[in-house]
Design a protein around this ligand. Structure first.
Ligand code: ATP
Ligand code: MG
Length: 397
């Protein structure tokens, strides 16, 4: 058995919500580790959780929990009773395993009733380490090895490193949002960043068969799968057939408004779907000024058809910054596969960069979009539910 200490970090600051957040976090961790039910034992205390993990699955468990939002940092710890000799043995064990030349000891007494003070502990432990490890020297400023001893109420934790985790908030504590997922680089990153603040994410993709291929659709499923490991345990991917509406958009008098009006249709559909499925926000991967259709004027004309707030987590990010995150979360290689989604295929030659709301409304006036939109929402959206690591098509009731 090896032990992993999980620190909650920011969660400890959240007043009344704290218990709710911690319960959610533990539930999310257990869900990520559900195939290791027999191999992991959970022990909770005030500011942390300890997982006792069987050696044979230790690496897998450590990798999995690093994808869970709401964990501040992790340490692989030696657990000891409060007996001084046992603590000293654990410290020596860590020192022996290390190839460092310099070290520093830190002792924290979470339980002040422990009879030996932190300073006394250090004064007793350091000479033991030096005696047992002739090659080690003390360096309090830049130690290669830092051994920390944390004295708690009924045991002590001893460890030598803190692994940075994803931080953020446990997914599920901030409700649910509907993310417009294209096959590109930006929208998976925007979805990930929304999950980071505790929001469960459902996805909505617009396809336009036969103009878009089966590969383009597979790519969208793959992207949703990749970010599933950060998402809540249950979520949906909605696939909307946008072809009838797209064909209607050919009748817009001013074709430079086509993309803008297409976006307005996307958002109208997203609003209707979100109300049905209890999502409280819409999420997009728009980034200010990235392309001609992502100006503040365009954002305004899009927002004006939305009742729900539209969250744009990467609005202020440079492309490079977005790419960096997409590589970290593993979506980049899939995003750059060359299969076009609805948007990239129908960019008119000169899309307007400064659309005006009145002009957009004027251009929609003579279209038959309302009937078509209702028809699309009612009949042309398929739902796929993430269950046990795969998408399962939801059949009509
Ligand atoms: P991405 O890399 O996310 O595709 P992009 O830079 O290519 O973004 P656009 O194609 O202009 O930008 O789309 C802006 C946003 O609109 C996307 O980030 C996504 O949220 C949404 N979107 C675009 N096309 C689709 C689609 N076919 N289905 C669902 N959402 C879409
Ligand atoms: Mg795109």
């Amino acid at each position: 058995m090896k032990n992993i200490l999980v620190r909650y970090g920011e969660l400890t600051l959240k007043g009344n919500n704290r218990n709710h957040f911690i319960t959610k976090l533990i539930q999310n961790i257990k869900f990520q580790l559900k195939e290791f039910k027999e191999e992991v034992v959970y022990t909770k205390d005030n500011n942390s959780l300890t997982l006792g993990v069987k050696e044979e699955v230790f690496d897998q468990v450590l990798a999995r929990i690093q994808n869970v939002f709401g964990i501040y940092s992790l340490s692989i710890i030696e657990k000891s009773s409060l007996d001084f000799d046992e603590i000293a043995n654990a410290v020596l064990k860590i020192a022996e395993k290390s190839s460092a030349k310099t070290f520093k000891l830190e002792v924290f007494r979470k339980d002040k009733s422990y009879p030996i003070t932190s300073t006394e502990m250090k004064q007793k432990l350091a000479p033991l380490v030096l005696k047992n490890n002739q090659h080690l020297k003390v360096d309090v400023h830049h130690p290669e090895l830092k051994i920390e001893v944390v004295i708690k109420k009924d045991h002590a934790d001893i460890f030598d490193s803190r692994i940075n985790a994803l931080k953020g908030l446990p997914v599920g504590v901030s409700g649910k949002g509907l993310s417009l997922l294209s096959g590109g680089i930006d929208s998976p990153v925007a979805s990930f960043l929304t999950m980071k603040r505790g929001m469960t994410v459902d996805f909505l993709h617009f396809m336009t068969p036969p103009h878009t291929s089966a590969e383009a659709l597979t790519k969208v499923f793959d992207l949703a799968k990749i970010v599933a490991k950060y998402n809540y345990n249950r979520f949906s991917l909605f696939i909307c057939n946008f072809t009838p509406l797209l064909e209607e958009l050919n009748h817009i008098p001013n074709q430079t408004y086509k993309i803008n009006i297409m976006r307005r249709m996307f958002v109208r559909i997203a609003n209707q779907l979100a109300f049905k499925t209890n999502s409280k926000a819409i999420i997009t991967g728009e980034s200010l000024g990235q392309v001609a259709s992502q100006t503040i004027e365009s954002i305004n004309t899009i927002n004006s058809v939305s009742t729900l707030p539209i969250l744009r987590p990467v609005l202020t990010y440079d492309k490079e910054e977005i790419i960096k995150i997409s590589k970290q979360i593993g979506t980049y290689e899939t995003s750059i596969l060359p299969f076009d989604d609805a948007c990239s295929m129908f960019v008119p030659k000169n899309p307007t960069t400064k659309p005006k709301l009145r002009e957009a409304e004027f251009n929609e006036k003579d279209l038959l979009w309302e009937e078509l939109l209702n028809h699309t929402v009612q009949n042309l959206i398929e739902e796929f539910v993430w269950i046990n690591g795969e998408f399962v098509k939801k059949e009509e009731e």
